[in-house]
Design a protein around this ligand. Structure first.
Ligand code: PMP
Length: 315
């Protein structure tokens, strides 16, 4: 789908996956006008289930506003996702064998030389079957707290899913992986003591019946899994607090876990901060992350009653 600055998107068409042509002076290549989304489709018998696709559409629209880009309407976005998934139905893995990852992408494809929003935009969607995100599978992951590099600053673009945020994490993430960690946990860049998020997922800290997670304040991505897990946890009787969470709280947490479309719910086995390693003594899920993972994934796969009306069934 294409659209000019200030215009609206018209209906797109299905195309075989392949390279696309861009001007060397496309806005996305020169000034980073790019946004993406990520969602998954699960197979259930003869139908396919999407999980809250309108939330991805809304998040893309908020991001587009921040990045001076036009965006598809919620209806256009959801319809395009449905059409793409149905056209690729054969690639959706059988139940229990993974999912189809769906990647909507919005970019400034028009040519622009001086710094300005691009004159033209392209919205496209591609898909790929996927298994687990971390090589650990659903085994606990090991994080390292980054205290020098940051992925987001107040007033910046950390709260939207723009491509540059991911370039910003590559250095710390590659260094962490080279040392054997699964990923990086970022701190706020002002006080350098409040938790933000991991390179591609949100973080939760469990103490007794209370589950705390950093509040949304523009420097972390408002994860759709995060939002869903908050509702699931409350419905399961947990108290959930969205507030500033200090890095020191990791020391006496009972459990820590991450959430995201790709990682679903991933238990954290250990966190290293300034050379000190805090271990949560897990060889699988902790009790709380296990419970939440189980409810969320059964909902996403259509194995329990969807009282929240979160899944969209395609057949
Ligand atoms: N934070 C970041 C930086 C991410 O890239 C993601 C993945 N989209 C998340 C959090 C989790 O968001 P969601 O649950 O919507 O996938």
């Amino acid at each position: 789908m294409k659209c000019t600055q200030g215009g609206s998107f018209s209906k797109g068409e299905l195309q075989r996956f392949g390279n696309i042509e861009l001007s060397p002076s496309a806005g996305v290549l020169n000034y980073g006008q790019g946004l993406f989304e990520g969602l998954k489709a699960y197979r259930k018998d003869d139908s396919i289930l999407l999980f809250r696709p309108e939330e991805n559409a809304l998040r893309m629209r908020q991001g587009a506003e921040r990045m001076c880009m036009p965006s598809p309407t919620v209806e256009q976005f959801v319809e395009a996702v449905k059409e793409t998934v149905l056209a690729n139905k054969r690639w959706v893995p059988p139940p229990g064998k993974g999912s189809l990852y769906i990647r909507p992408l919005l970019m400034g494809s028009g040519a622009v030389l001086g710094l300005a929003p691009a004159p033209e935009y392209t919205f496209l969607i591609y898909v790929s079957p996927v298994g687990n995100y971390f090589k650990e599978g659903v085994a606990p992951i090991n994080l390292i707290v980054e205290h020098e590099l940051h992925r987001a600053t107040p007033g910046g673009t950390g709260g939207v899913k723009t491509i540059g945020n991911y370039a910003a994490v590559l250095k710390a993430q590659s260094a962490a992986k080279a040392k054997g960690y699964s990923d990086v946990l970022y701190l706020d860049c002002v006080h350098k003591k409040y938790l933000e998020e991991v390179s591609s997922c949100n973080i939760f800290v469990v103490k007794g019946n209370i589950i705390s997670t950093p509040a949304i304040k523009g420097t972390i991505l408002p994860g759709i899994t995060r939002k869903s897990i908050i509702d699931v946890a409350r419905s399961q009787g947990f108290q959930v607090e969205e507030r500033p969470v200090e890095v020191d709280e990791l020391l006496d947490a009972d459990e820590v876990f991450c959430t995201g479309t790709a990682v679903v719910v991933s238990p954290v086995g250990s966190i290293t901060y300034k050379g000190k390693r805090v271990s949560y003594g897990l060889d699988g899920f902790g009790a709380v992350s296990q419970q939440l993972y189980s409810v969320l994934t059964r909902l996403q796969m259509g194995l329990i009653d969807d009282k929240m009306n979160w899944t969209v069934e395609l057949s």
